[in-house]
Design a protein around this ligand. Structure first.
Ligand code: URP
Ligand code: ZN
Length: 460
């Protein structure tokens, strides 16, 4: 007898979507059988529902302090929100402080997270200070399960920016050890120059944030990174790609066989720059900024064609109050929006319902490909015998409207406020435990585990 059977659902597994029972024992999937044939101590009836692999959100910022503000979500509340959104694995970020070590940054972040997480989690390492000693730590970091780095090509004021020379050194060191370098790719000089111009002509509203970060500021940084990564023989990931222009460069490099990958985020797929004309425009300030509708369509098309490896939330849950412009200009608005809980219904409603994605492709971008890309497969990312029993059961029929109050935590707004979406989770199973039903969390802080990730799977 098994522990749990998720019975009679449309199960998205192995590139198909078919009625089946998923049989679970000791936190793992032990069988996928004909509907109604699985036997277990607990039966969760998923008749009329879709069963997907639990989500892997490879880009969240919980317990983050940035631009003078703190996120509402800490590692407990953020991971509960994740589970409510059908996400069973998140990858957050540890930070190397300038003058300090990479492993030290990892240990510090694990102290902040380990006892608090409700989902399984991994960490990317943000490198801010590249020197021979930090490069020499890359193998040790990899042995501790951190096989991807993040580097910022902007945010000099926040002490995050790394110049091209040190970035190239880092890429060469990372490439030698099979570690991925991920980039926040924006051209800092263009941003600073355009920001000064906006402020000089009195364009201080949130629209100025978008004007100061034109398409070329991302496209140039992506193209530059592709050249550097190729010369350094380093696998490259572009975080939060916002535009079709950047995607064209990436797709061309991929077509040549370069190991380069990118994610886009739910906000770029769901929202456009028209949000900067809204009265509450400051709530939509993130970097890169929201783009025009044609760019959004190109991202959807790239996702459909398999050029983009994942959709992440880039969850950064500053409250509505925290996002007020402190000095009255767009420059002082904390960058980032919440989204970890809304990723799946947004992808279902805007992706599957609108015809961009079929169910197997939804499973890939929501879970399977980020799991493979970031060294979490085969345990994570698929409904397959032997995999962790991380599952989400969704209701594809019932529409629910997102409001500030409908998502977890006291954030005070949702960027998706008023959108009527289908595909909400009715239950989330994390390693065989039914951890959320109808939005209610049944687990505890510390139920999640730190995941020591393998090297990236460059065949994604
Ligand atoms: O605006 C954003 N994306 N905020 C979060 C920090 C980052 O750049 O990843
Ligand atoms: Zn970023």
């Amino acid at each position: 007898m098994s522990d749990l059977v998720v019975a009679n659902g449309i199960v998205v597994a192995g590139g198909q979507a078919e009625a089946a029972d998923v049989v679970v024992s000791d936190g793992r999937i032990v069988d996928i059988t004909d509907p109604g044939t699985g036997r277990g101590d607990e039966i969760v009836d998923a008749a009329g529902r879709i069963v997907l692999p639990g989500g892997v959100d490879a880009h969240v910022h919980f317990l983050i302090g940035f631009m003078g503000q703190r996120s509402v979500y800490d590692f407990y509340s953020g991971t509960v929100a994740a589970l409510r959104g059908g996400v069973t694995t998140v990858i957050d970020f540890a930070l190397q402080r300038r003058g300090r070590g990479l492993v030290e940054g990892l240990k510090h972040r694990r102290v902040q997270a380990d006892r608090h997480v409700a989902t399984d989690y991994g960490l990317h390492l943000i490198v801010t200070d590249v020197h021979p000693e930090s490069c020499a730590e890359i193998p040790a970091l990899s042995n501790l399960g951190v096989t991807s780095l993040k580097v910022y090509t902007t945010y000099a004021r926040e002490q995050l920016k790394v110049e091209d020379g040190p970035l190239f050194d880092l890429m060469q060191a990372a490439g030698r050890h099979g570690t991925m370098v991920g980039l926040h790719a924006e051209n800092d000089s263009i941003i600073e120059h355009e920001t000064a111009k906006c402020l000089a002509r009195g364009e201080v509203s949130p629209r100025g944030h978008a004007l100061s970060r034109p398409l070329v500021s991302e496209t140039e940084a992506v193209a530059r990174a592709l050249l550097l990564a190729e010369a350094a023989a380093c696998p490259l990931h572009i975080f939060h790609l916002s535009s079709g222009h950047g995607l064209d460069h990436l797709a061309a490099a991929r077509a040549k066989g370069q190991p380069v990958f990118a994610e886009t985020c739910t906000h770029y797929l769901a929202l456009t720059e028209a949000c900067y004309d809204r009265p509450q425009a400051h709530l939509y300030v993130m970097s890169p900024p929201l783009r025009a509708h044609d760019q959004q369509e190109r991202l959807w098309a790239g996702l459909q064609r398999g050029e983009l490896a994942a959709v992440t939330s880039d969850d950064a849950s500053y409250s509505a109050a925290a996002k007020q412009p402190g000095d009255g200009t767009f420059q002082s608005i904390a960058n980032g929006v919440p989204g970890v809980e809304a990723r799946l219904p947004l992808l279902y409603s805007l992706g599957v319902d609108q015809g961009w994605l079929d169910l197997p492709r939804l499973a890939e971008v929501f879970s399977t490909w980020p799991a493979r890309l970031f060294g979490l497969a085969p345990e994570k990312g698929s409904i397959a015998i032997g995999a962790d029993a991380d599952l989400v059961i969704i209701d594809a029929e019932t529409e629910r409207v997102i409001t500030a109050a409908s998502h977890f935590g006291d954030i005070g707004y949702s960027p998706y406020e008023g959108m009527a979406l289908k595909g909400w989770p009715v239950a989330t199973v994390r390693r065989g435990q039914v951890s959320v039903t109808e939005g209610t969390f049944h687990g505890r802080a510390g139920d999640g585990r730190f995941l020591e990730r393998r090297r990236p799977d460059l065949t994604v």
